[in-house]
Design a protein around this ligand. Sequence first.
Ligand SMILES: [Ca+2]
Length: 354
Amino acid sequence: MKQESIGNQQHTEFAWYAGSDALSAFEIDAELVKCGCSCTLTKSEPVVKHMNEFKKAVWAWQKVALITLPCFMLCGLTTLSAAEKPAASPADSGGKSELFKVFVKELVPITPGKGKFPRSFQMGSTKGEPAERPVHKVTMSDDFWMSRYEVPQNLYQAVMGNNPSRWGGPRNSAEMFDWKTAREFCVKLTDELRKAKLIAADEEIRLPSEAEWEYCCRAGTNTEYSFGDQPQKPGDEDKQARILDEYAWHTGNAAGNDPPVGALKPNPWGLYDMHGYLWEFVADPWHDSYENAPGDGSVWGSRTDDQPVVVRGGAWTDRFEQLRSAFRNRVTATTVSPALGLRCVKAKVKKSEN
Ligand SMILES: [Ca+2]
């Protein structure tokens, strides 16, 4: 996939999410008037039973309307406003501190060389694009934690104070921000978690290196996807990929990035949406191939001003080929897209960074 194809899919087909709950918070039935703010008013007159009581009933409804209209304006408009701005405020989801605790709780410990985590893996693919070659051995040097999910919008809002996402939902993946902003998010989240003593002073939240990302995507596998080589079942045509459907949102099964994170199956290490949903920024600047790439899992060099950056995993806008574990893509550092988000790592701060 080329850089310019990120997020270029038309969005007219998406409909079911936006505002779907907006009206449910304000209901009127025959006996009760219920409002989203939890007040409950009992209607003083019964439903019309015969024509002689018609006038009485109309007056009763008028009274109810007079009483509840201000309530509707306060509560209903608040609800509609929330639907228009789908990112919940931190308070809507239990407050900042709760969101930070959830984020830490959802980190998956990755311990290369111990248990199910191999010390080394083969990075790249001989079957894919030239940028995926040469396949080379990477030996992971340190333990780290990988986010189970892409960063959701309620956490993004809590950290950054805004939510630029086009396709809203508090637990939908955050999108529409560039690489520098993704790094800024990690720095701010690090500060917040240290202040809250949810991480140690010598730990940080950062973007994964490209090698860490592929190591976690493969999750001990050397197949094209973390579930095997084949994304399609016999009979699948064009972009259809019914095996991949169980694990990933891609252009063959996604109506948009509507669902919350983690709606499909995880990979063998319990990481969700590594294949698909959104492309994910990593820390590395772009290189056209793996010639002379480091073999220790670290970030490959510092980015120069005009250098593109790497994004991984494919998105809901892409065909299944681009969701392979080894597939690489590049974007300019200023690219924003509804198909591009991030996933974080927690790790010890390298001594050279102190
Ligand atoms: Ca993803």
